[in-house]
Design a binder for this molecule. Structure first.
Ligand SMILES: NC(=O)c1ccc[n+]([C@@H]2O[C@H](COP(=O)([O-])OP(=O)(O)OC[C@H]3O[C@@H](n4cnc5c(N)ncnc54)[C@H](O)[C@@H]3O)[C@@H](O)[C@H]2O)c1
Length: 264
């Protein structure tokens, strides 16, 4: 039989949770994993949308994909999610902490403590709690790994979105520490995502002209990213093909750019 290097990217035998997987980047990750052969649980604040997305991906890929409501900032919801996933799939090999988001901070010196704490709860602490809840099951799986949806903004000056970028920077540190705490047992990585324009940008108060600026025409690729661009990197990291990668932040951002919303 001919050598098939793509075989290492297949995820048969894997069971994954993708948080925030009802739409956009998370849905793209769930679709890539299922398309590669994994069973996937989509967990989202919007349970109905999670279920609808799961049904669509299952129909497209022929894999078992489920959706359920879960608020990853609530410990009870996290425990229920992990229990339901293990009950459905008989185990858990892969966790993608994809939930995250933040508004703009036009005045970087006027971010309130509440805004900062809310950002940490959503972008950082939820990923920590999800990881802690999943580890006992990951330890029993083959090729177990955790991947975080990080942000390029965590690694460059990003004062227009200070609360978000700060929380995502903490996520990077948490990822490295957990990768070492789980050395030789569970791989832990983060993808630092660049600009993937979604309806969430307008909802966060970023107008069309600013979105245009954020598409980074000056990046090495000259275009905004897509959920598939991110999902392809996640598939590499989660699959056996990524088996020698742990404790890393992987930039998937079109080749660089500057987070500059308001042109200070
Ligand atoms: N879109 C980008 O340009 C971009 C850039 C860098 C990083 N990221 C990161 O990628 C991830 C996905 O981004 P996106 O643009 O697809 O986001 P999105 O807002 O389109 O989708 C996020 C999903 O998470 C769900 N969600 C929100 N709060 C939740 C909670 N408490 N519990 C469970 N589900 C919750 C939402 O219902 C939604 O379905 C985020 O972590 C984001 O910070 C995105």
């Amino acid at each position: 039989m001919a050598y098939d290097p793509l075989a290492a990217f297949r995820m048969h035998g894997h069971a994954a949770i993708v948080t925030g997987g009802a739409q956009n980047i998370g849905a793209g990750i769930a679709r890539a994993f299922a398309g590669a052969g994994a069973r996937v649980m989509i967990a989202d604040l919007d349970g109905a949308k999670a279920a609808a997305t799961a049904t669509a991906i299952a129909a497209e890929t022929g894999q078992e994909v489920r959706g359920m409501a879960c608020d990853v900032t609530k410990e009870g919801d996290i425990q229920a999610l992990v229990a339901a996933t293990v009950a459905a799939f008989g185990g858990l090999s892969t966790l993608v902490n994809n939930v995250g988001w933040g508004g703009v901070n036009p005045d970087p010196l006027a971010v309130t403590e509440t805004q900062m704490l809310d950002s940490y709860k959503l972008n950082t602490i939820s990923a920590y709690r999800m990881t802690a809840a999943c580890v006992p099951h990951l330890l029993q799986a083959k090729n177990p790994s955790v991947i975080n949806s990080g942000s390029f903004s965590s690694a460059v000056p990003a004062y227009d979105i200070l609360a978000y970028a700060t929380a995502k920077a903490a996520l990077n540190q948490m990822m490295v520490s957990l990768a070492h705490a789980l050395a030789k047992k569970v791989r832990v990585n983060s993808v630092l995502i660049g600009t993937v324009i979604t309806p969430g940008y307008a909802a966060a108060g970023i107008d069309a002209a600013t979105q245009e600026r954020m598409m980074h025409p000056d990046t090495l690729t000259g275009r905004p990213g897509t959920p598939e661009d991110v999902a392809n990197a996640m598939l590499w990291l989660a699959s056996p093909a990524g088996g020698w990668i742990s404790g890393q932040t992987i930039n998937v951002h079109g080749g660089g750019g500057v987070v500059r919303l308001f042109g200070h």
